[in-house]
Design a protein around this ligand. Structure first.
Ligand SMILES: C[S@@+](CC[C@H](N)C(=O)[O-])C[C@H]1O[C@@H](n2cnc3c(N)ncnc32)[C@H](O)[C@@H]1O
Length: 273
């Protein structure tokens, strides 16, 4: 969605929009795999872990603890993990981390990256409040987030991180995205979203699909994630939300591609089922 750390490049976005235009939604996973197989991951790859996520886990340990209450390692999931930068960074902060990718090529690339990076981690994995700890395990899984065949019995997550996964999905998939997030987290588990792109008109085609107001609508209001600005302040939405937003900040550091508009949100799963 942008080339490396640069500003979102209009031609990258046009390329992605064209690649998915008029494709049935059930073929979108194949279309993502094609992009990997034709070496086009630079259309969205940022080249390093998310600085906003690094800062959150290092600086807001009052909200996001690195270990569970019983001292056990916490389990994290990064769906649509791409090359695995955030997977490795979370593991270097002590989490056992699972990276899920639909593309088998993407999984191979991520495994290679993780092997090198864990052996010789770069400074970009830490922020100003560096925490040194025993790294957790890393596992990359090839699978479809919306299917259950990749899940392991009893495996639920303390933390899930979404960056450019929701915006990669067709808007009709949004309610299923929210339902799967609730299903995969333990009660009290945390969903961290680096919300992007917030500058893009939600009525324009994606990916990336504009997400202004979408996370709130899906997670806090239990809506369908299709946000109509004129409806925002009117009827209350049905009380079927499974999440409570516990943090919503403009991160001090994020990718340049967010044009200074990225927001970091933390949603806690507050239903008990
Ligand atoms: C825009 S890319 C973002 C990748 C990564 N989060 C990053 O920041 O580099 C979206 C990723 O989601 C993957 N993906 C798309 N649909 C998926 C699905 N249903 N299940 C798992 N991964 C999926 C794509 O293959 C692609 O790597």
């Amino acid at each position: 969605m942008s080339s490396a750390e640069g500003l979102p490049c209009a031609s990258s976005q046009t390329h992605l929009v064209r690649h998915f235009a008029e494709q049935p939604v059930e073929l979108h996973t194949d279309r993502w795999s094609q992009l990997w197989d034709t070496d086009n991951s630079d259309l969205w790859d940022r080249g390093k872990p998310s600085p906003a996520l690094v800062d959150l886990i290092e600086e807001r340990r009052d909200l996001v603890s690195l270990v569970g209450p019983d001292g056990r390692k916490k389990k994290a999931l990064v769906p649509g993990c791409g090359k695995g930068y955030d997977v490795v960074m979370l593991a270097l902060h002590g989490y056992d981390v699972y990276g899920l990718e639909i593309s088998s090529t993407g999984v191979s690339v991520a495994r290679r990256y993780a092997e090198n990076e864990l052996a010789n981690p770069q400074a970009y994995n830490w922020g100003a409040s560096r925490v040194d700890c025993q790294p957790g395990q890393v596992e990359f899984i090839q699978g479809d987030f919306f299917k259950r065949d990749w899940e392991k019995p009893g495996l639920k997550f303390d933390l899930i991180y979404d960056y450019t996964f929701l915006c990669a999905l067709h808007p009709t998939m949004r309610p299923q995205w929210a339902a799967r997030m609730a299903e995969l987290l333990i009660p009290g588990g945390q969903l961290v979203c680096l919300e992007f792109p917030l500058y893009k008109d939600p009525s324009l085609p994606g990916p990336p699909w504009g997400l202004k107001g979408v996370h709130w609508n899906l997670l806090a209001e239990g809506g369908d994630g299709i946000v109509h600005p004129e409806q925002n302040d009117k009827e209350p939405r049905p009380p079927n939300a499974k999440f409570t937003r516990t943090l919503y900040v403009k991160p001090a550091r994020s990718y340049e591609s967010g044009r200074g508009t990225d927001m970091l949100s933390l949603y806690t799963r507050t239903d008990t089922q």
